[in-house]
Design a protein around this ligand. Structure first.
Ligand code: ADP
Ligand code: MG
Length: 334
């Protein structure tokens, strides 16, 4: 039997749906495929993702929230509706409460529209909550105590850094450097160095399988294929960890800088707690090889990758839903 409460991690790269009592029931890429001429939605999620970079001229596969803001609101709305229909909210749930976790820097107009979309899809009470807070809860931090907790959530479009205490954000920063930017840097590097054009999917594969951001921490290689910029023909090359580390150096330095500046603005008592407890990394970017080592070295505090970092926000919505009755609704409702 389904529970009555639903949590949604509306991420720039992936959408996860959590159902109270069941766990994560949906985990799909935030991609929509459209017919270019009519703007008709052809596919959403996994099915649309398979089309990325492989569509004929009249079909476009796009990510409506790519840069951490809602680039295309109507599409975000139809994507949300599609996923809610997929878990059959209207028919299986009787007036569920829905908790949606969306990118930090969306406007209040967009928040309102997201809430309305969820209501139209069957939600009775719809709550919105800030991502770093939910990620920290999902990573197992007890953020409701009067002590400092620091979380760095590295997603697709944005990296959110936050220090939390007593259930709220004390200092925070959000930058548009995260997984997508890493992919882009790799693509640009390969283009410059080898005069080879590769697709987004290939550069993501390089990031996962070969990349490291800590010098000499990984020594692997991967054969990749692309289109030679001079001959225009397909060509195969081998890429190595060391060169990808070089390609990502600048991008990760922005994450280090943002984290340092959040720590610098943190009251000293809370900083002391962070030294004791360490910083927790969440989001898919936490899986980037060597990012924990690099941040630990630069911030001079222990850095830990959360268990299943890509599930933290969804799990966090679950924990909040379990406790919703005990928490004041004022705190949850934005
Ligand atoms: P969002 O919350 O924005 O939807 P996610 O937390 O789902 O983002 O993370 C998606 C990002 O994580 C993508 O850029 C993806 O390439 C990246 N990612 C996933 N697995 C790995 C990995 N093993 N190494 C490096 N990056 C990864
Ligand atoms: Mg996220």
């Amino acid at each position: 039997m389904f529970g009555r409460d639903i949590g949604i991690d509306l991420g720039t790269a992936n959408v996860l749906v959590y159902v109270k009592g069941k766990g994560i029931v949906l985990d799909e890429p935030s991609v929509v495929a459209l017919e270019a001429t009519t703007q008709r939605v052809l596919a959403v999620g996994e099915e649309a993702f398979r089309m990325v970079g492989r569509t004929p001229g009249n079909i476009v596969a796009m990510r409506p929230m790519k840069d951490g803001v809602i680039a295309n609101f109507e599409l975000t709305e139809s994507m949300l509706k599609h996923f809610l229909n997929k878990v059959n909210v209207k028919n299986v749930f009787s007036k569920p409460r829905i908790l949606i976790c969306c990118p930090t820097n969306i406007t209040s107009v967009e928040q309102k529209a997201i809430r309305e979309a969820a209501e139209k899809s069957g939600g009775k009470n719809v709550y919105l909550e800030e991502e770093p807070k939910v990620a920290a809860i999902g990573a197992g931090m007890d953020i409701f105590q009067p002590s400092g907790n620091m979380v760095i959530d590295i997603g697709g479009g944005t990296t959110d850094v936050a220090v939390l205490s007593m259930g709220d954000i004390v200092t925070a920063s959000s930058i548009k450097v995260a997984g997508d930017r890493f992919d882009h840097e790799i693509l640009t590097y390969i283009k410059k160095k080898y005069k080879l054009l590769i697709g987004e999917r290939t550069s993501e594969a390089i990031k996962k399988e070969v990349a490291t951001v800590f010098p000499n921490a990984r020594e692997t290689s991967l054969e990749i294929r692309g289109r030679d910029m001079v001959s225009g023909l397909p060509r195969t090359i081998t890429v190595y960890s060391a060169e990808i580390q070089e390609a990502l150096q600048e991008a990760v330095s922005y994450i280090v800088q943002a984290s340092k500046s959040v720590l610098e603005q943190t009251p000293p008592e809370l900083s002391a707690d962070i030294i004791d407890r360490g910083v927790i990394l969440t989001g898919g970017g936490a899986l980037l090889h060597g990012i924990d080592l690099l941040l630990a070295e630069e911030l001079k505090v222990p850095v830990l990758v959360a268990d299943e970092p890509m599930h933290c926000v969804a799990k966090g919505t679950g924990i909040i839903l379990e406790n919703l009755d005990r928490m004041s609704s004022k705190r949850i409702r934005l």
